[in-house]
Design a protein around this ligand. Structure first.
Ligand code: ADP
Length: 484
């Protein structure tokens, strides 16, 4: 089976969050199942540098008014198609923002171009890529959501499409004024097309046009049918609920392996958990936190409201009172960054904060911290709790979305059955977070119980194996539907 995947970020080339991890790991996991995936992504400067010499496989002289080419490259097991369009992608900053952290004002055009190129490749328009045609197209999030829309409005035979929602909060919503620049036929500006709340909605249009919709956990698939989580799209999703599924993300078990991880101080396994102590010391050193045998909890996160970081900021005093040392790695909302830095100044030796994006350090933290705190208000899947499970870093999580589907709370029954893998709490408030953290400290104080939880977590299957199988069967169902 040949699949074209379209995403705006792909690990290890460019990453701002979990989407990149999925877009980078799923193709590798599917390869074992006879599914060949080619991934289209924008030629940002970092991508162009990383792939070096790439073969030109398609010319698009007029892609929404810009000159573009598609390059073919192979990188770390990934089969890539890179949309080289300097006018749109050769610029400073991140994939979506400039150096000052502001959204590029033409993001709608940049990602409409990505989508249009994806549709052209899928349907072999302008020759496509060396005559290659996928059996199915899998697109990710609003940045690629117009692929099925362009495909639907082209006069080519339909190919099955799947859209995956990684976070419904990011919808790609714009005013009507951009419609002309999308170069879609006039009738696409309708409720069946791209029209959304008096403007143009990329994700909305993709949800409407795709054959099937998935999101990254079963709980989140249910949550987004409600106004609280659906963020305006719940009606459309309810209408399409028969075509909606939730498949939990896996993690790359080779990159995240405490027995071989090059970023950690001491390797260990489920049978040698005591060796984590050297990593714990190294984490304390990196964060300027004092050494000790008491609990060291960590946060590896965007510092945002979604991630519940304001709730944690409210609770740091109580944490310190309970004797917990806290290492925070993350940046985001300036007020939240300041709150954590202020707390660190008030409690030297107990709280350390590093406001950067540091992939190697995030590995060391999982390998050395006793627990990772993930108090998200909503969490489509969440990856850090999965890394935590694999590394014996016990997750303390809000009971929502993928956190709910992947962490088993240390209830009396779960502890008795040796099934517990973490601590979870709801409703999601500062008070319930406080109680969950206190519960985690009490469990930590019982080494036998704590170690059993660590081990149970390490035994959980967080790899892509199972989920890749679910995607493969979803793809097969769509191909059967096409034949029907
Ligand atoms: P989201 O995609 O909503 O940010 P996820 O939990 O799905 O949340 O994925 C976040 C990913 O980004 C994880 O791989 C996590 O380890 C990583 N990450 C987040 N913040 C940092 C940071 N400051 N430094 C290194 N890695 C980070």
């Amino acid at each position: 089976m040949q699949v074209l995947s379209v995403a705006s970020e792909v690990y290890p080339l460019v990453k701002t969050g979990g989407l990149a991890d999925v877009a980078g790991a799923l193709p590798l996991a599917l390869a074992h199942r006879g599914v060949e995936v080619r991934t289209l992504l924008p030629g940002y400067p970092s991508v162009m540098r990383a792939v070096g010499d790439a073969r030109r496989v398609m010319a698009i002289p007029d892609l929404l008014g810009e000159e573009a080419t598609v390059l073919e490259a192979h990188h770390k097991g990934l089969d890539l198609l890179i949309l080289d369009c300097p006018a749109l992608f050769d610029r400073a900053g991140g994939p979506y923002v400039d150096d000052a952290g502001k959204d590029h004002p033409d993001n709608w055009r940049r990602f409409a171009a990505l989508s249009k190129a994806g549709a052209m490749i899928a349907q072999g328009i302008a020759g496509g890529v060396d005559g290659w045609r996928p059996d199915l197209v899998h697109v990710h999030d609003w940045q690629a959501a117009l692929v099925p829309v362009y495909m639907r409005y082209a006069s080519e035979p339909e190919i099955p499409t799947l859209i995956t929602i990684h976070n419904i909060a990011f919808q790609g919503q714009y005013g009507f004024d951009i419609f002309k620049g999308l170069e879609l036929p006039p009738h696409a500006l309708s409720i069946e097309g791209v029209e959304y709340f008096g403007g143009v909605g990329f994700l909305k249009a993709g949800l409407q046009a795709s054959w099937a919709i998935s999101t990254v956990s079963p709980s989140y698939a249910e949550e987004i049918l409600t106004p609280e989580f659906g963020m305006g799209l719940e009606g459309l999703l309810a209408y399409r609920s028969e075509d909606l599924t939730g498949i939990v993300n896996g993690i790359d078990a080779d990159v995240w392996n405490p027995q071989t991880d090059p970023h950690i101080k001491a390797h260990y396994s489920i049978d040698t958990l005591h060796l984590r102590a050297a990593n714990k010391q190294a984490v304390a050193d990196r964060f300027g936190i004092s050494q000790g045998t008491g609990p060291l909890f960590c946060v590896i996160s965007r510092l945002t409201w979604q991630k519940g970081m304001d709730l944690l900021a409210e609770e740091v005093e109580h944490l310190v009172e309970a004797g917990v040392r806290l290492a925070v790695l993350g940046s985001g909302d300036h007020a939240l960054e300041n709150a954590f830095h202020t707390a660190a100044r008030r409690h030297p030796g107990m709280i350390g904060v590093i406001s950067s994006y540091d992939e190697p350090l995030s590995h060391l933290m999982q390998a050395g911290s006793d627990a990772i705190i993930v108090p998200s208000r909503f969490e489509p899947c969440g990856l850090t709790q999965l890394y935590g499970l694999r590394y014996g870093c016990v997750p303390v999580v809000a009971r929502t979305g993928g956190l709910n589907d992947t962490v088993i709370d240390a209830s009396t029954a779960a502890l008795a059955a040796s099934a517990a893998t973490g601590v979870s709490f709801s409703p999601i408030t500062a008070g319930t977070l406080r109680r969950a953290l206190r519960r985690a400290v009490r469990l930590f104080d019982e080494p036998k119980v704590w170690t059993a939880m660590q081990k149970q977590g390490m035994k959980s299957d967080v790899s892509w194996e199972m989920s890749a199988g679910l995607y493969a069967s979803l793809y097969s169902d769509l191909l059967i539907r096409k034949g029907a």
